[in-house]
Design a protein around this ligand. Structure first.
Ligand SMILES: [Zn+2]
Length: 678
């Protein structure tokens, strides 16, 4: 095999914007002048399909809550957004924001019929002045979400009515006074409209759309200044200064608002062309890491920002909204670290906060989560039900909003480039069909068990030989990896983007090998977390599932239930590690990825065949084995694992073998471990 010189084949494109030369016209709508060029271009909904385990995961969603929730939950059954006069605020649009992409990605007729039922009402609800939705709704916030739904629906169907409703609504915003009070959701979330606004501008190129977005930016809360001053830091947490309220100040410390707002300066950067806004995004993310960082890619907020202790929680809405923000921000800036974080969230925090059958979710997840029960915990503002895996623990926002997580992630796995190529932005088994080069349609099949393994194979299918650049993101956590194609092998470094510009033949294969060396990171109280590839690994704890008594109505509908989980084995272990090279102290076992990719032994899962819940008996796809010693003084505090004792912990005791499973598979878990020495 030839060894190709790296310098020809690899370019670093952190903060680099591929230009659009005059003879190349992108095949998909891009930012017109005066907007700044985006780094990468979103492909229309339906271009990327999941395969392998990821397809199973989306099918689980279709068979679980997403595919059935509007059949039994009154707030959707009678929703004002389907003309039934019931709940008419955010819940209908939230649900559709996940249902629509799921239906069209899976091309599932049953789900598409559901979508049409809702769309019948929404598409015919436009008023003369451009306002739309249920008659009684006067708040702009649910319309912001419904606008995203119409955007997705239009991409999938090309239904002109959807574009007309959106155009009418933006005309309404243009012609009416700003109404973005800081003390209301619609005020602090006002710039969510800009996602759809720029999408509309790419299609209509009407200057009044940019004027509308400018008016929203100028007349709503300044998240940009917030990210620079960052008032709610670690000191504010320890001094008890986080505003635990739902007034104007409290809304700026609200975890979901933060997860949504991190994209707002980035969106506005496209129009302002001012580095101040771009830097606000990266400064903001740095501040989340410095003051509220948690494992699994999250920052804490239960439901207000709550610091770095692994007993603190993150609301599920914040997980899916942070994912969506990162999907948009990666498209704008192309920074590898944004996609790395997106994978951490998608492959750890998202599955970790749901049962593997897609029938229950938590409000708040914890890194060290040793007891799932209705009990008082040290949350900032949430209630006692918040870490239950159930239908609507604490409050029903996550029940309505959780559905967008997986489908939107799949939508953004591949993106187009300005030089008419494609980039693999985040990895996983998938198939992309897209226009490249001079307008040829190619299909690329990505075969892999990523994130459980690091070998990825891309097979190109094309009717005739076609020249186009294929870009591969090399994650920042990776060590030197190899790319093999057309008889050549090249090596690439972490955090780079590899560009392969070739004439591709039908059947050409590109093989990417990302080394999955085990690594560790320092966490709270000098504790340690273990990672392999994009996955965090958590202690497997024996589990006993039982039904929880909740404050809300129970529905006896298929798999809908509320689980409390109590530990049946000890969890208070410290790890014996060679910290210089943690891989030396840790063994790896792999198992086939099952039909429930994020299930592990002793989980209770809904079975259609049995018509009841069954106890799962298969192993998670990867198990790590490591030695540890029990730390008898480390116990429960406020119904959570107490903060890990400061490491290293000097201790005598019996050495035992511990098993770690992926964070997403561990419904009880320790993820931030003390390190023990003798
Ligand atoms: Zn929520």
């Amino acid at each position: 095999m030839k060894k190709k010189s790296i310098s020809f084949a690899i370019i670093l494109i952190l903060f680099f914007f591929p230009g659009c030369s005059s003879d190349e016209r992108p095949h998909y709508p891009v930012n017109p002048k005066p907007l700044v060029n985006e780094a990468y271009i979103k492909l229309p909904l339906g271009s990327v399909k999941p395969s392998g385990w990821l397809e199973d995961q989306l099918e689980i969603q279709a068979d679980g809550l997403t595919g059935h929730l509007d059949e039994f939950w009154e707030d959707l059954v009678l929703s004002g957004w389907r003309g039934k006069g019931g709940e008419s605020w955010e819940r209908g649009p939230y649900y559709l924001d996940g249902l629509v992409p799921l239906a069209y990605i899976l091309n599932d007729n049953r789900l598409k019929l559901k979508v049409e039922d809702w769309m019948d009402f929404i598409l015919n609800s436009s008023r003369q002045d451009g306002w739309f939705g249920p008659e009684t709704t006067t708040d702009r916030w649910p319309l912001a979400v419904a606008s995203k739904v119409l955007m997705e629906y239009y991409e999938a169907t090309g239904n002109q009515k959807a574009l007309d409703v959106l155009t009418g609504y933006f005309k309404y915003l243009y012609e009416n006074e700003p109404d973005w009070p800081d003390k209301e959701w619609r005020g602090v979330r006002a710039m969510e409209h800009a996602v759809v606004g720029y999408w509309l501008y790419r299609r209509l190129k009407e200057p009044w759309i940019l004027e509308t977005i400018k008016s929203i930016q100028d007349n709503s809360y300044s998240w940009t200044e917030y990210y620079y001053t960052f008032p709610w830091d670690s000191a504010a947490v320890s001094d008890g200064l986080i505003p635990h309220n739902w007034q104007a100040e409290g809304l700026t410390a609200h975890v979901v608002n933060n997860a949504m707002a991190i994209k707002y300066p980035g969106l506005w950067y496209q129009q302002s062309n001012d580095e101040h806004y771009k830097n606000a995004v990266f400064t903001g993310i740095e501040n989340y890491i410095k003051h509220h960082d948690q494992t699994a890619g999250r920052f804490s907020g239960d439901e207000h920002l709550s610091g770095k202790s692994p007993a603190q929680g993150t609301e599920m809405c914040a997980v899916v909204e942070y994912m969506y923000s990162l999907e948009k921000l990666f498209g704008i800036f192309g920074d590898i670290a944004l996609a790395d974080r997106l994978e951490y969230l998608a492959y750890n925090a998202l599955p970790g906060t749901m049962t593997a059958d897609g029938w229950t979710h938590q409000y708040d997840q914890q890194s060290n989560q040793v007891l799932v029960s209705v009990a008082k915990r040290n949350w900032s503002t949430n209630r006692d039900e918040s870490n239950i895996y159930g239908l609507m623990p604490n409050y029903p926002c996550c029940l309505a909003n959780m559905h967008q997580g997986w489908p939107k992630f799949v939508e953004h796995m591949w993106m187009a480039t300005h030089d008419n190529g494609l980039i693999a932005s985040v990895y996983g088994p998938s198939v992309v069909k897209a226009l490249v080069g001079d307008g040829e349609e190619v299909k690329i099949t990505e075969e892999t068990n990523y994130p459980f393994e690091g070998e990825i194979s891309l097979t190109i299918e094309t009717d005739r030989k076609v020249k186009f650049p294929l870009y591969l993101r090399i994650p920042g956590w990776s060590e030197q990896c190899t790319v093999e194609y057309k008889g050549m092998i090249l090596t690439a470094e972490a955090g780079e983007t590899v560009k392969l510009i070739e004439k591709w033949n039908d059947g050409d294969i590109v093989k990417l090998k990302l080394p999955f060396n085990i690594r560790s990171e320092r966490r709270y109280n000098n504790s340690i977390s273990i990672l392999r590839g994009p996955l965090y690994y958590s202690l497997r704890i024996g589990k006993e599932y039982s039904e929880a008594e909740m404050s809300y109505k129970k529905y006896d509908y298929m798999g809908s239930t509320d689980w409390q989980i109590t530990p049946t084995t000890k969890w208070n272990y410290g790890l014996l590690l060679n910290e210089e090279n943690p891989g030396e102290s840790i063994g790896v076992e792999t198992y086939p990825v099952s039909d429930y990719p994020f299930a592990d032994k002793a989980d209770m899962l809904w079975s259609d065949d049995a018509g009841s819940h069954i106890e799962w008996d298969k192993n998670a796809p990867v198990i790590l084995k490591v030695k540890g010693i029990e730390i008898p003084g480390w116990g429960i505090k406020d119904n959570s694992a107490d903060d890990p004792p400061f490491s290293p912990v000097s201790i005598e005791g019996e050495e035992v073998e511990l098993k770690l499973v992926p964070y997403g598979s561990a419904k009880l878990r320790i993820t931030e471990f003390p390190v023990v020495i003798r």
